[in-house]
Design a protein around this ligand. Structure first.
Ligand code: KIV
Ligand code: ZN
Length: 512
């Protein structure tokens, strides 16, 4: 069904009504205004500002928001199918350029029998009269929306519902909303009912869906309803709404965007809007919340980390639904190191701290980091930093350095090297073209032969320490079996950094 509809979805936001009525402390006018302004910036086409019949405070809020509403946004208010509620909405929305009265009544057999305790034909009459009255009050500049509360539970009396809706349309409703008031119906069954209603209504009528998220499928139902012909999608910020909430506007918008549908929202405002909504509602965003959760850019499995890194700069990533910048997130994909992770994560974490490391060195650190992660779970960056500094710069092994001193010797440099190897003390004098060669020559003369194939001098910790940065020596030895081993030493003194690098290397090569 993808791309079945070429038209843009019409986003009808219900945060200030369904979302607000579910808050432990519903918003006052001032608070509603903050959220309202955010919705306008997000670019929704319609905002249901409240249930003006519920309290004087909500009436006042609805009236205020109607008075500051931009002319291009539909401003709606909810009313039960009773005259006093409808009058309240009409009064509250007077200042709006595009007011809409949204009236509703339940039509599921269960609700009509046990909650309304009314005969279905009486319910139909109430609905039609409510629509007529609302249309009369709202006049030509406004619209009437009618909702069949508990539409999801109306499979067995769908014909009755459709006839009632046709009468509501004749009475003046131009928008028909089909709520899955309590999510009991699976998405496919609900969508089929939406299709049936769509076929039975006149062409110009806007069909709408309003899905609650009791079973966590509201987004799926809403997205598929769009492709089945529902042009208006009722959603809320952070999915706020009764019980498990309503449909998340972010997830619907991004899902449609990913299907190639033109989504008339400022998608790049999503993340900021979500943070503000969490603050305003006092309902934190759980860390695994799709798109907006703190942890949803983290990769922990080695396979995912590898794929994510290889596609990190691409619009489509191997393990993400969107590039985070689409919704205004400026945090990049993250690599957490756990027992499930691999070299990619370790390498990236160490690099991100500004430390130099090669892939070969990383491979050396992986088993050590994994052993810790098996015990403690995901390793904090500081723990990885500790492993790096210890295993790269203070390699433990059979060689224990004691001292290295230059002796006075005419042309060639002569040095005295003292060290322990497995508790045996060595005291050697050797010469060479500079301290590195002399030190290696001394070790060679004691029977520890290694071939130096690379030497490099740089600074360590320049970003943080500036001119006080340590000298860093990088040396590579090639062992007899052709393995190249990188070793490093760091110290404020260049000569000490050299010797440390050599001893770190020998401890790696002769692990004891
Ligand atoms: O969930 C619902 O049925 C509603 C209606 C009032 C639209 O919120
Ligand atoms: Zn609802």
């Amino acid at each position: 069904m993808e791309n079945a509809s070429k038209s843009k979805p019409f986003f009808y936001d219900i945060t200030l009504r369904d979302g607000n009525q579910a808050l432990k402390k519903p918003w006052n006018t001032e608070q509603k205004e903050v959220v309202f302004k955010e919705l306008v910036k997000l670019g929704v086409q319609a905002i249901e500002v409240g249930f003006s019949g519920s309290s004087d405070m909500d009436f006042e809020a609805c009236h205020h928001l109607a008075s500051i509403a931009p002319d291009n946004v539909v401003i709606a208010g909810l009313a039960r199918a009773v005259e006093k509620d409808i009058i309240k909405v009409a009064d509250a929305l007077k200042p709006a350029a595009r007011p809409r009265i949204h009236t509703f009544i339940a039509m599921s057999p269960f609700n009509m029998k046990y909650v309304l305790k009314k005969d279905p034909l009486d319910v139909r009459k109430t609905a039609v009269n409510a629509v007529k009255y609302a249309k009369e009050l709202i006049g030509e500049k406004g619209e009437v929306q009618f909702s069949v509360e508990h539409f999801g539970d109306c499979a067995e009396n769908l014909d009755f519902v459709i006839e009632s809706l046709q009468e509501c349309v004749e009475a003046g409703a131009s928008v028909i909303n089909l709520p899955n008031t309590v999510e009991r119906t699976r998405p496919f069954a609900f969508v089929r009912m939406v299709e049936t209603v769509k076929k039975a209504l006149p062409q110009g009528i806007m069909l709408s869906v309003h899905n609650h998220n009791d079973l966590g499928m509201a987004v799926a139902t809403t997205v598929e309803s769009f492709f089945a012909g529902a042009g208006q999608l009722e959603c809320s910020l952070n999915g706020l709404g009764e019980r498990a909430g309503n449909t998340s506007i972010y997830e619907v918008a991004v899902a449609l965007h990913n299907c190639g549908v033109e989504v008339p929202l400022n998608l790049s405002r999503i993340y900021e809007t979500a943070i503000l909504t969490a603050e305003m509602s006092n309902i934190p965003i759980y860390e695994k919340a799709p798109l907006i959760g703190e942890d949803v850019l983290a990769h922990r499995s080695g396979i995912h980390q590898d794929g994510a890194l290889k596609t990190q700069k691409m619009k489509k990533g191997a393990y993400r639904p969107i590039h985070p910048s689409l919704i205004g997130r400026d945090d990049a994909e993250k690599y957490g190191f756990t027992s499930q992770s691999g070299k990619t994560a370790l390498y990236e974490i160490i690099k991100a701290k500004g430390y130099p490391i090669t892939v070969e060195e990383t491979l050396r650190l992986v088993p050590i980091a994994k052993e810790q992660a098996e015990k403690f779970g995901e390793l904090p960056v500081e723990a990885i930093e500790d492993i790096y500094l210890k295993e790269i710069f203070q390699v433990d092994g059979p060689f224990k350095f004691i001292s290295f001193k230059k002796l006075d010797n005419g042309e060639k440099d002569k040095f005295n090297l003292k060290f322990n190897y497995k508790d045996k003390e060595y005291d050697l004098i050797e010469e060479g073209e500079g301290p590195i060669e002399a030190c290696i020559n001394a070790l060679n003369s004691a029977g520890f032969r290694q071939k130096l194939v690379h030497y490099e001098q740089s600074a360590f910790g320049e970003e943080t320490k500036g001119a006080q940065a340590d000298a860093m020596t990088v040396i590579q030895f090639e062992s007899e079996d052709g393995r190249v081993i990188t070793c490093r030493g760091k110290d404020p003194s260049t000569q000490k950094a050299n010797v440390k690098a050599i001893f770190n290397g020998f401890n790696l090569i002769y692990p004891g």
